[in-house]
Design a protein around this ligand. Structure first.
Ligand code: ADP
Ligand code: MG
Length: 312
C-alpha cells in the first residue's frame, strides 16, 4: 500500500480571523479529519504533518503572561507543547471520523525533533517572525538583555524574528517508519519539528528557531519512502504572477518548468516558495507524486487530479 505524507496548512486548524479558542480549533480539525478519513477509506497509509504558527504564538503569550509566577519555557519546549496539543486534537477527531466509516485504525502522535546544522547561515540572519507584537521599548530591552533580534512590522509594532534553518533529518524517522509498517496513522513533525542541533559529542540540544513545515514534510516523506507528498493549504496550488496582471494557476508541471518559475520568483518567501521547493525536492529524491492543493480537494489531490503537481 502506498504511503502518503499529508502536510496540513494553518487553515486546517484555524481560519483567518479566528481567535484560536479550543472550540475554534476543534471545529476546524473535525472538518480536516473528515477529509483525511476519506483518504484512509481509499486505502492510503497516512503520515500527517501540520503547521503550528498561531498555536505556538499563543503559548508564547501565555509564557509572557506568567512571567514572575511560573518559569518561562524556551521556544523548543513551546514547540513540543504545540505538537502534543494539536496531535491530541487530530488524533481524537480522526478516530471519531474513522469510526463513522467503520474503520478501526491505530493513530499515534510522535513528538518530533528536526536536525538542523548549527552552521546554517540562517543562524546569522533571523527572518521568521514569532509571537505577538510588542512596543519599541520592549523590543529594545529584549535585544539588549537577551541578544534577540526584533523587527518593526509596518506600523503594527515590533516582533521577534528567529532563524529558519534548513531541515537536515528527522530524528524520529525509525520510530515513524516502524509505526507506519505496523499499520498506524502517524501524526508527526508538527510545526516543522522541534529544531535541534548536534554537538561535538553527538548529543542533541534544542535551539530557538523555526523550520518551514513544508521542507520538513519533504525530508520526512523522502526518508520514510512515501510515494506521494500532498501539501494542503488555503489555495488550490501555486500561481504565476500571483494577485497580479496575468495571474495563471499551475496544474500539472514538469520539474524543470517549475524550477524555472521558482527562479523567476513567482512564489512568495515564507508561504508558497517553501511549498514549491518541497515538491521539487521530493520528486528529485525519487517521489512519484507531489501536489500543492486546497484542503477540501484532498482526495483529488492524492489521485494527482488537481492542484499544482509534479509526477515523478
Ligand atoms: P500554510 O499555512 O498552508 O503553510 P501559507 O500562508 O504559508 O499557508 O501559504 C499559502 C499562501 O501562499 C496562500 O494563501 C497565498 O496567499 C500565498 N502565496 C504566495 N505566493 C503565491 C503564489 N505564487 N501562488 C499562490 N499562492 C501564493
Ligand atoms: Mg506556511
Amino acid at each position: 500500500m502506498d504511503i502518503i505524507v499529508v502536510a496540513l496548512g494553518g487553515n486546517a486548524i484555524l481560519q483567518k480571523g479566528e481567535r484560536g479558542t479550543a472550540e475554534d480549533q476543534r471545529r476546524n480539525i473535525q472538518r480536516t479529519a473528515a477529509q483525511l478519513a476519506g483518504l484512509v477509506q481509499e486505502g492510503y497509509r497516512l503520515v500527517i504533518t501540520h503547521g503550528n504558527g498561531p498555536q505556538v504564538g499563543n503559548i508564547l503569550i501565555q509564557n509572557e503572561a506568567g512571567r514572575g509566577k511560573v518559569p518561562q519555557m524556551p521556544m523548543d519546549i513551546c514547540g513540543a507543547q504545540s505538537q502534543g496539543m494539536i496531535g491530541y486534537m487530530l488524533q481524537m477527531c480522526l478516530r471519531n471520523a474513522l469510526r463513522k466509516l467503520d474503520l478501526d485504525i491505530p493513530i499515534s502522535t510522535v513528538v518530533t525533533q528536526t536536525l538542523v546544522d548549527k552552521h546554517d547561515p540562517a543562524f546569522s540572519n533571523p527572518t521568521k517572525p514569532v509571537g505577538p507584537f510588542y512596543s519599541k521599548e520592549w523590543a529594545q530591552e529584549r535585544m539588549a538583555s537577551h541578544g534577540e533580534t526584533w523587527i518593526e512590522d509596518a506600523g503594527r509594532g515590533w516582533r521577534r524574528v528567529v532563524p529558519s534553518p534548513e531541515p537536515k533529518a528527522i530524528i524520529e524517522t525509525p520510530s515513524i517508519r516502524r509505526l507506519v509498517d505496523e499499520g498506524h496513522i502517524v501524526i508527526c513533525s508538527g510545526g516543522g519539528g522541534i529544531p535541534v542541533v548536534e554537538l561535538e559529542d553527538g548529543s542533541l540540544v534544542g535551539v530557538e528557531a523555526v523550520v518551514e513545515k513544508d521542507l520538513s514534510a519533504e525530508i520526512l516523506a523522502s526518508s520514510i519512502g512515501a510515494t506521494s507528498l500532498i501539501i494542503l493549504t488555503d489555495v488550490n496550488g501555486a500561481a504565476l504572477n500571483y494577485r497580479d496582471i496575468g495571474e495563471r494557476w499551475l496544474g500539472q508541471v514538469t520539474l524543470s518548468r517549475l524550477a524555472d518559475y521558482y527562479h523567476e520568483s513567482h512564489f512568495f518567501e515564507g508561504s508558497m516558495r517553501p511549498k514549491v521547493k518541497a515538491i521539487m525536492r521530493f520528486i528529485e529524491h525519487g517521489g512519484k507524486l507531489a501536489v500543492i492543493a486546497s484542503l477540501d480537494k484532498a482526495r483529488d489531490a492524492a489521485l494527482g487530479q488537481t492542484g499544482t503537481r509534479i509526477i515523478g
